[in-house]
Design a protein. Structure first.
Lengths: 432, 432
């Protein structure tokens, strides 16, 4: 595709007007203020970029995609009641087919809101992979592991599923699917399970995805259980951070935690909307950035958000950080956009993704600027972070393939996905 | 218009499916699950409501509409520098024409996001009224008054403008325009100015619109200036709350403040996005609601938000409240929708607006449910507050007249409004 006369956010997140961007196969092969000549290549279809912004797609680095089925389920209950009376019994009835349709619906929503790649933690991962493959989107899938029964790590079905998933799917769908490993959290596992996952991650060279210090209760109870060690300190002691990791939430970090995350190159996945909605607190993003820690953005599951609207997530990421830090200058719009794009791609080990750069994979989105809320323009990055609406995304492309354009889903039959996801939901509810 | 087979949020915010809603002139004249018969009236155009939600439009009860021109201007500066180095010098160069185009752009954005009526505090109010009248939207316009020079109240030009505005415009545009009066804030005025406004409001029987306890600094400095009296206590002592009032922000309320607001029937306008973005804090909405105080929602000016996306504002209103209160059950979706609709209409003295009720004015919006993020539906009010995107509004009607439908602005030439608003902005910037 050749994007003509389009405004872009380049690899430094600088705004450039009237640009030409060409993609060939999976890659971005041309970026210039000059129209390409015959010898620059054949880009196929031309896209009129007037009044449009072209930028990197978004990388959602903490999600539980199949939980679309639980969107708004058990709303208005206290956390413990919500989990034990609603979420867990519902999840207990999940089937491969329910997870497939839930994931496909999540992929439709993701690409509609400009998310090209997701880091997912869940189960029935083969079924997730099938939906993701078909959607054309990217995903780092991890089998979430929970084990406080004392069962030795490799005796668990979940551990075997983790291994089988990695062996079957890592690098599949032309590299769009990667497989990470996942300890659900410190508070849902014993030490040998954490060590088992850490060792396997090192052995195969993949990343770990883990919930860390989401709530004050979890954080304090960990310290009580482990001789004063915080979740970061405890998990680090098991070797879990010895390979590149994503630590989701990190709301209640303290003292040495910051040093460990920095030293171990851990990426923090901040989930600002979920954290506010569940009254968990606000991640201290400005402090993490000040220390040079990589920070990306996650939506968390649609049951605690309840959408995958990444422009909205980016706005709340920025404004919640400002309030948390007590300083309206605490985070810049470029820092927020970087977190939503390049920082996330890095955490997913997608080094050739996350920025509009020649040679990178063509993971691109187009934002419609012909909207009253996008004018006037003092600085386009301000309007993108603070004024844009999620639905201003009018085109989403992954690996050079258009997945969504102007209301049309190119890889997903939306009507069918909605129908089947609702049918699967009703089926489960009828059993409860 | 006759909305056929549409899902509605009725006057109790209950969801009803497959309904028929008819409007005649300015009013809602028919609501039933049965198709109207000939004797029920002639509603004109028919609207196919399949996959759509019909509900009351939104009432934005704290805004500074012409500040669209400053959207993103001076972003990233500390509060004091932003105000003194950017906002005030820019505002000093405003002209009637700049305010007219800025307001028209704000009205376009408002109706695009489902806002049918706004409570505005600004100046060049005649020019605002002209734009609002043309747009077909509603507005409670107030001339914001600032006076710490010691000038006697009625000697001020602003006081004369306030009076002239009330006499000329209150009830104009078929009642769509109302005129409120406004003390900008305690910290920008002396006591006799507050008393002058309070007396005038009582004399003519209108409402007061005032900033209250937005920042901790303002709140504490008021107490130091006025023998320990908080802004609420001080303003109450001047008689300012003797007529129905809108107190914007109310982030730092304490002790007796809550009792005064309740006793005086003051409406609190919470501006959650602006408050987070400027790192001012979070309004304790659940406590206000618990005490039976009327709470509406405001966007504040587009320079501190930076959009008029009311669905987004409603979501942040709910989730910020939950976090502030430390309880995910602190606010219900019906409470959030009520704040965005009926509570706001009440604060604007629009008793026949704000809910989908026979006999009320037809201030209605249609939300597109045919979106991946709006499924499945465990309860439609959850999806509306937490999953919808601002741009899911596909039709906005005020007093029975369609102002916006599917990307088309019926009363505003958007291209011209954007062009002129940008030209006025550039003109002002060239003088700075």
């Amino acid at each position: 595709m050749l994007f003509k006369n389009i405004t872009i956010l380049d690899e430094n997140l600088d705004v450039k007007k009237n640009m030409y961007v060409g993609t060939t196969g999976e890659k971005i092969t041309y970026i210039s203020s000059e129209e390409p000549k015959a010898q620059d290549g054949n880009f196929g279809e031309t896209y009129d970029g007037k009044g449009k912004l072209l930028m990197s797609g978004f990388y959602n680095i903490h999600a539980h995609s199949p939980m679309t089925l639980l969107r708004g389920y058990g709303e208005g209950l206290a956390l413990q009641d919500w989990l034990t009376k609603k979420v867990f019994p519902f999840e207990d009835k999940l089937t491969p087919s329910a997870v497939y349709w839930g994931t496909l619906l999540a992929m439709a929503e993701s690409i509609r809101f400009g998310i090209v790649s997701t880091s997912d933690m869940y189960y029935f991962c083969d079924d997730m992979a099938r939906a993701i493959d078909e959607s054309g989107a990217k995903d780092n899938i991890a089998r979430g592991i929970t084990n406080f029964s004392g069962t030795p790590f490799w005796d668990m079905t979940a551990a075997k599923e983790m291994k089988q998933l990695f062996e079957t799917h890592d690098g599949s769908a032309g590299g769009r699917i990667k497989v990470d490993v996942s300890l659900h959290a410190e508070y849902t596992n014993d030490e040998q399970t954490a060590r088992g996952i850490a060792e396997y991650a090192k052995e195969v060279g993949t990343s770990v995805h883990v919930h860390v210090s989401e709530t004050k209760k979890e954080h304090e109870e960990c310290k009580a259980r482990h001789g004063g060690m915080t979740p970061v300190q405890f998990l680090n002691s098991t070797g879990l951070f010895d390979t590149p990791s994503i630590a989701a939430h990190c709301v209640w970090l303290e003292g040495e935690d910051f040093d460990i995350l920095k030293e171990k190159n851990v990426t923090v996945a901040s989930n600002p909307i979920s954290n506010l909605k569940l009254a968990s607190g606000v991640c201290n993003v400005p402090e993490l950035l000040r220390r040079g820690i990589n920070v990306g953005i996650g939506t968390d599951g649609p049951s605690s958000n309840n959408s995958l609207n990444f422009i909205e997530e980016m706005k709340v990421f920025a404004i919640a950080s400002k309030e948390r830090y007590g300083d309206p200058t605490a985070i810049t719009t470029k820092e927020a956009i970087f977190a939503a794009t390049a920082a996330g791609a890095k955490a997913q080990r997608r080094d050739d993704c996350g920025s509009l750069k020649k040679g990178n994979r063509a993971d691109l989105i187009v934002i419609d600027l012909n909207q009253p809320h996008m004018h006037p323009v003092h600085d386009l990055t301000y309007n993108l972070v603070y004024s844009a609406s999620g639905s201003d995304v009018v085109l989403t492309m992954s690996d050079g393939k258009v997945l969504y354009q102007n209301g049309e889903f190119k890889t997903i039959d939306l009507e069918k996905a909605v129908f089947e996801a609702e049918r699967e939901t009703a089926k489960i509810l009828s059993q409860l």
